[in-house]
Write a protein that binds this ligand. Structure first.
Ligand code: ADP
Length: 245
């Protein structure tokens, strides 16, 4: 992490951000699906230097069996930051933050999974943050929803996440760790764009009602851009498979 003494100017004199982005600009986004052989579905997603791997197993018989439900599959999610993912080594044991984020991410994905198709089964999502530079929960949601689709699990839509924030008084898209740390507010958002559903909305800091609307609007525009990339990545893999057959 950057030390508190070195607060950088978050909005430069030319109106650009500390890393040279415009306020409404995403970091470079990269995505790949089917990156793990042994998982039923997987995805590797990068928002700038934030890099997240998601693996999906299932539908399968849950362990322990008694947690199963007779009318739908249960969704389980484990978010974990690798010990090498941060500047200072993070303890590999699950922290309170990771337990909370596992729940928040699961709840952001639940509305898209057609779980009624698999009674008594479990669908397990494992998320490993390989490199953290802000926005790991939103990158995780984007990666996990791709991994679910890659596993062939019936979904109503994809879910896409992005965090917006207020830095030096300006509402900005896709904040990184420095902006998250020194900014006035950060607001992670996730949505299923075709369903028109917001599945995650958190706010840390203070925004006026007008700033909140501006931030949400900016987040939804970012989500549309990322959603397009997600769909393309899935389509590309599907078309490739067809050609090889
Ligand atoms: P998010 O990653 O979803 O933005 P937070 O707001 O909690 O979640 O974290 C912001 C950023 O702070 C993370 O992306 C990461 O870069 C950094 N961070 C979080 N937890 C730790 C930690 N235990 N050690 C070092 N850096 C961390």
């Amino acid at each position: 992490m950057v030390s508190k003494e070195e607060k950088p100017k978050l909005i430069r004199d030319d109106g650009l951000r500390h890393d040279g982005r415009r306020p409404d600009e995403l970091r470079p986004i990269k995505m790949q699906v089917g990156v793990l052989k042994n998982a039923n579905g997987s995805a590797l997603v990068e928002y700038g230097k934030t890099r997240v791997l998601a693996a999906v197993y299932g539908p399968r018989e849950p362990q322990p069996k008694h947690i199963s439900l007779p009318y739908r599959a249960i969704l389980r999610c484990r978010y974990h930051m690798a010990p090498f993912s941060t500047h200072e080594r993070k303890s590999p044991a699950p922290t309170r933050r990771e337990i909370e984020l596992s729940k928040v991410i699961r709840e952001a994905l639940e509305p898209i999974v057609i779980s009624e198709m698999f009674p008594r089964a479990s669908i397990d999502i494992y998320i490993e943050v390989l490199n953290a530079d802000g926005g790991t929960r939103t990158t995780s949601i984007t990666a996990a929803s791709l991994a679910l689709a890659d596993a062939g699990i019936p979904v109503r839509d994809l879910v896409t996440g992005v965090a917006v924030g207020k830095v030096d008084g300006v509402i900005v898209l896709d904040i990184d760790e420095v902006e998250d740390m020194y900014g006035e507010a950060d607001m992670p958002v996730a949505a299923a764009p075709s369903l028109g559903k917001i599945t995650l909305l958190q706010l840390n800091g203070v925004l006026t009602p007008g700033e909140f609307e501006e931030a949400l609007d900016l987040a939804m525009r970012g989500i549309q851009e990322i959603y397009k990339i997600q769909r393309e990545v899935l389509k590309t893999k599907y078309l490739k498979v067809k050609v090889e057959e």
